[in-house]
Design a binder for this molecule. Structure first.
Ligand code: NAD
Length: 260
């Protein structure tokens, strides 16, 4: 039962995370949203969730590159909403450049936001989930948790790391009724994908249309973008009792990309 549980979704002011937060709220869960954005836009999204679904929606402005912020966000959510039953580690950033030109500070930021943040959040929610004897941890990985693409060294390394963290946490929590899984989407049309188009154009000497068709959708046999709502529906399923035996899985949703 998801109703009246609390779902905390990192990086949920935009794209996939926002769709996941809305999908949990639609099931009657209270939600904590998190992420960057103009305060008035964030407040719009937060209050829309409360009004549309009749649940409590809180906003945490934690910077996911800062462990202390993450620990404080979880403690605040547990205090204000009673628990964090469902944790979705979704915040992510991207940078596209050849390794020789890849700025080391971008490498550090991607590893901290896309990988280390999930470790810190899991570490902080685990004691409460164990005490209550129930928990769901869902990590937004990527097809890049399974295969690589050139010019995305930090992202691919971080997402492969998320896959390893997912499996390890699943084993450690297997007897505590806490499942840990990763969703590995292919290309989903979100601001994150739109923003990497200029870098890819430059790295590969391509036009915008060539990047969309010859790089992004080239990888995806269906030739269609995955939707945020499809990812959110899988996240909700993973939180149901029917999914209690799915743990340690890296679940591809990539239009056949990794079947190559
Ligand atoms: P997005 O840019 O729309 O959303 C990213 C979210 O992360 C935003 O809410 C942003 O504010 C937040 N964020 C970024 N840096 C942050 C920080 N330091 N602290 C807190 N929040 C921060 O991107 P998206 O496409 O929705 O991506 C969400 C997740 O899905 C990411 O982990 C991404 O790697 C993954 N993913 C995306 C795709 C895709 O094609 N879009 C495919 C596979 C996986």
């Amino acid at each position: 039962m998801i109703r009246e549980k609390t779902a905390l979704v990192t990086g949920s002011t935009s794209g996939i995370g926002l769709a996941i937060a809305r999908a949990f709220a639609a099931q009657g869960a209270n939600v904590v949203i998190n992420g960057l954005g103009a305060p008035e836009d964030v407040e719009d999204e937060r209050s829309r969730i409360e009004h549309e679904f009749g649940v409590a929606a809180h906003y945490a402005n934690a910077d996911m590159s800062k462990p202390a912020d993450i620990i404080d966000m979880i403690a605040t959510a547990e205090r204000e909403l009673g628990s964090v039953d469902i944790l979705v580690n979704n915040a992510g950033v991207q940078h596209v450049a050849p390794i020789e030109d890849f700025p080391p500070e971008k490498w550090d930021a991607i590893i901290s936001i896309n990988l280390s943040a999930a470790f810190h959040a899991i570490r902080a929610v685990a004691p409460g989930m164990k005490k209550r004897g129930w928990g769901r941890i869902i990590n937004t990985a990527s097809a890049h948790a399974v295969v690589a693409s050139p010019f995305k060294s930090a992202y691919v390394a971080a997402k492969h790391g998320v896959a390893g963290l997912t499996k390890t946490a699943a084993l450690e929590f297997a007897r505590s009724r806490i499942t840990v899984n990763a969703i590995a989407p292919g290309y989903v049309w979100t601001p994150l994908v739109e923003r990497q188009i200029p870098g890819t154009m430059e790295a590969r000497g391509m036009t915008r249309e060539q990047v969309i068709h010859d790089v992004l959708l080239e990888a995806q046999p269906t030739k269609e973008f995955v939707t945020s709502e499809q990812v959110a529906a899988l996240a909700v399923f993973l939180a149901t009792d029917d999914a209690a035996s799915i743990t340690g899985a890296i679940l591809s949703m990539d239009g056949g990309w990794t079947a190559h």
